[in-house]
Design a protein around this ligand. Structure first.
Ligand SMILES: *Cc1c(COP(=O)(O)O)cnc(C)c1O
Length: 414
């Protein structure tokens, strides 16, 4: 498919130029940031649609403004598809993105000063799970559990002890840099024992859950939040799935508690993405994402990187690059220079600073969307190791650039 912006080109050449350059950058690089993916043309079309023109405060059938008969169809379709895909009793599709979706849940169940138990941020937890610089951390009190950095195992007895002692209102699991499966039943049981709600933030893995390759937390946990633009391959946005008994509290917390008018163009795009995610092709995609991550992980390990958590069950790999004599920032820069995009990342108990940590995080969702499979992962893994082992070797970098060019031409984006 050829993408062009004729109307923007005519009215605003500066933005048209930047958009075309960004499209080229995406087409010509190997996107390995674990949280990124490529929407389908159908999802993109919905995102740029007239649905963005409409104010629709409220929920389908209960709006504050008139003229919402077609918007109601769009939002109700998104809700119904989300419920069917994940087996949820209730879905709220209005969160503008991941951060507000989590804040909405916290505010639904906690008063200022209340305690939330979540995964340590250095062990894979997310910024929005109470990093000290966030608003949430100023309003609520976050306490932490950790995992074994070598095996990824979570000591659930220890989690239970912390919960008994700290009496959280929410027991939260979920992550953005952790690569193993979680035991949702145990998390939920711990929450029940201490009178808390159980919450899973599956932002990173929603697509793998939808595709049936990872356990589905939705039937077990009270509340499941997810972004819609990572493995799920929808538009940038958030979504909250919950048991029926929490539906009112969640809907109230999102609107009018936190947000104003929902972005109905984003919700239309989400509806389209959810339809795509319910197909057999998407299940194949999800399985390939994980198969690719396994191959890549073994290549990186064989090449001398220290893989955290003992490997991967999902789409991402967290690796310590210090054994190769580099920092996370240096590794990111070396790879970026040849068009391989990854991000520096803290590792558990990182002795280094967040802006130049010891690790990098690498993911396979975007490359898998382009159609790459095991042979390409093996090749790219070897390339990454070669580059990281010889960060100043310009011959290796020139060869790497040529390989990146060949691969991106062989697997076009749109
Ligand atoms: C990405 C992510 C978020 C935040 O999403 P934004 O859309 O960037 O606000 C929240 N939780 C987890 C676990 C994530 O990975």
């Amino acid at each position: 498919m050829h993408i062009s912006y004729p109307h923007i080109r005519q009215k605003d050449p500066a933005i048209a130029d930047a958009l075309e350059q960004e499209l080229q950058r995406q087409q010509q690089s190997l996107e390995m940031i674990a949280s990124e993916n490529f929407m389908s043309p159908a999802v993109m079309e919905a995102l740029g649609s007239v649905a963005s023109n409409k104010y629709a405060e409220g929920y389908p059938g209960r709006r504050y403004y008139g003229g919402n008969q077609f918007i109601d169809i769009i939002e109700q379709t998104a809700i119904d598809r989300a419920k069917a895909l994940f087996g949820a009793e209730h879905a709220n599709v209005q969160p503008l993105s991941g951060a507000p979706m989590n804040i909405a849940v916290y505010s639904a169940f906690c008063k200022p000063g209340d305690t939330i138990l979540g995964m340590d941020l250095g062990h894979g937890g997310h910024l929005t799970h109470g990093h000290p610089i966030t608003l949430s951390a100023k309003v609520y009190r976050f306490v932490r559990y950790t995992c074994d950095p070598e095996t990824g195992e979570i000591d659930y007895d220890a989690v239970r002890q912390i919960a008994l002692q700290e009496k959280p209102k929410i027991v939260l699991c979920g992550f953005s840099a952790y690569s193993r499966e979680l035991d949702y039943s145990t998390f939920h049981a711990i929450a029940q024992e201490v009178g808390a709600v159980s919450m899973m933030d599956m932002a990173h893995i929603a697509g793998l859950v939808a595709g049936g390759v990872l356990r589905n937390p939705v039937p077990i946990m009270d509340i499941v939040t997810t972004t819609t633009h990572k493995t799920l391959r929808g538009p940038r946005g958030g979504m909250i799935l919950c048991k029926a008994q929490f539906a009112k509290a969640i809907d109230k917390a999102v609107f009018p508690g936190l947000q104003g008018g929902p972005h109905e163009n984003q919700i239309a795009a989400l509806a389209v993405a959810l339809k795509e995610a319910a197909t057999p092709e998407f299940s194949q995609y999800a399985a390939q994402v994980v198969a690719n991550a396994h191959v890549l992980c073994e290549e990186l390990r064989a090449g001398g990187l220290r893989v955290l958590f003992g490997g991967t069950d999902n789409h991402l790999i967290l690796a310590d690059v210090v054994p190769l004599g580099l920092t996370g920032h240096e590794a990111e820069t070396v790879l970026d220079a040849v068009g391989i995009t990854v991000n520096k990342n803290v590792i558990p108990n990182d002795p280094r600073k967040p802006l130049d940590p010891s690790g990098i995080r690498i993911g396979t969702p975007a490359l898998t969307t382009r159609g790459m499979k095991e042979p390409e992962m093996q090749h790219i893994g070897q390339l990454i190791i070669q580059l990281l082992r010889n960060p100043k070797d310009t011959t290796i970098q020139t060869t790497a650039k040529a390989t990146v060019k060949r691969l991106t031409q062989q697997f076009p984006l749109y």
